[in-house]
Write a protein of this length. Structure first.
Length: 310
């Protein structure tokens, strides 16, 4: 796939998201447009499952750029995220040189620390030139990484470069499109945030979530989709859950109920399938049974009132 030009306006950016089936609001389209035009990283914060990572995938697909993903975790270090040397190949090179009687140790040292022995990890890959244009570089769940790694990223985000002691500075010819996501399990330092444009990705309202279900689970019955979205919205707003369901869980639940040939919410089936929607037993126990039945009765009564008003 050939690369596409960057969107020229906010409306074009919204159309780009829409073309990939991503139902985003104008605020997201605005900050994304600015990040693309200003060559600034976009820092996306929000609860798990609201579609932050999907934004990077959508950009990669719509623009025809490579997607380079760095999945963060505790203990992530430079050798995993940025680069490391191919030590086995270096040792072979040294042994061969010694066997050949090559006594120029300085030249050998420079040779074994040349680019042909360099293993590029995601950060370094994101700085490399590509015929498709600068890649989309997704730094996913940065809050899971240690603060030391977060500090290392400052050079990458500020100057689009990495310093390799043995080689020097590797600088990107054109800055990558950087998307950073965090689930806010810890605060990210202000020094890093200052280098980014910021956007909070919230849970969608009922209308937008229903549109997402219609697009992503087209086989779901219309009544099921409406009731399911209303049920999830009530869960988020009325029930004190340990972990509220994200859009990803809504889509999984819609898919599961469609696979079971459900055309509307059934209290017993809801109780039996809550493990698709909720991921903690305390939350499931709270909703299962009478609570689920009451919520379904309430949302149907609300639908009836709306229909009568129309």
């Amino acid at each position: 796939m050939t690369s596409q030009p960057l969107p020229a306006s906010i409306n074009d950016t919204q159309k780009l998201l829409d073309s990939q089936g991503y139902v985003g609001d104008r605020a997201l389209a605005t900050v994304l447009h600015l990040a693309l035009r200003m060559n600034r990283p976009l820092f996306l914060e929000g609860e798990a499952g609201v579609g932050k990572t999907e934004i990077a995938k959508v950009l990669s697909s719509a623009l025809g750029r490579d997607l380079i993903r760095l999945q963060c975790y505790e203990g992530l270090d430079v050798s995993t995220a940025v680069y490391e040397w191919n030590y086995a190949a270096q040792m072979v090179e040294i042994r061969v040189s010694e066997a050949a009687g090559d006594a120029d140790h300085e030249a050998l040292s420079k040779d074994v620390f040349s680019e042909r022995f360099l293993i590029r990890r995601p950060v370094l890959q994101a700085l490399q030139p590509s015929l498709k244009g600068p890649p989309v570089f997704l730094i996913d769940e940065l809050d899971r990484a240690d603060e030391a790694f977060e500090a290392f990223l400052l050079e990458v985000l500020a100057d689009n470069q990495v310093t390799i002691p043995e080689l020097g500075v590797v600088h990107a010819e054109a800055p990558p499109i950087v998307i950073i996501t965090t689930n806010r399990t810890r605060e990210i330092h202000d020094a890093l945030k200052r280098r980014c444009l910021y956007h909070w990705v919230d849970y969608p309202d009922a209308e937008r979530e229903l549109e997402i279900v219609r697009r992503k689970v087209p086989g779901a019955a219309e009544r099921l989709s409406r009731e399911l979205v209303a049920f999830v919205q009530k869960l988020r707003s009325e029930e004190d859950l340990f972990k509220q369901p994200g859009v990803a869980e809504t889509l999984d639940w819609a898919t599961a109920l469609t696979e079971l040939n459900e055309i509307a919410l059934d209290p017993d089936m809801v109780s039996d399938t809550l493990g698709v929607l909720l991921k903690y037993q305390d939350d499931i126990d709270r909703v299962r049974g009478s609570t689920a039945r009451r919520m379904i009765d309430e949302l149907r009564a609300e639908f009836d009132r709306e229909a009568a008003a129309d």
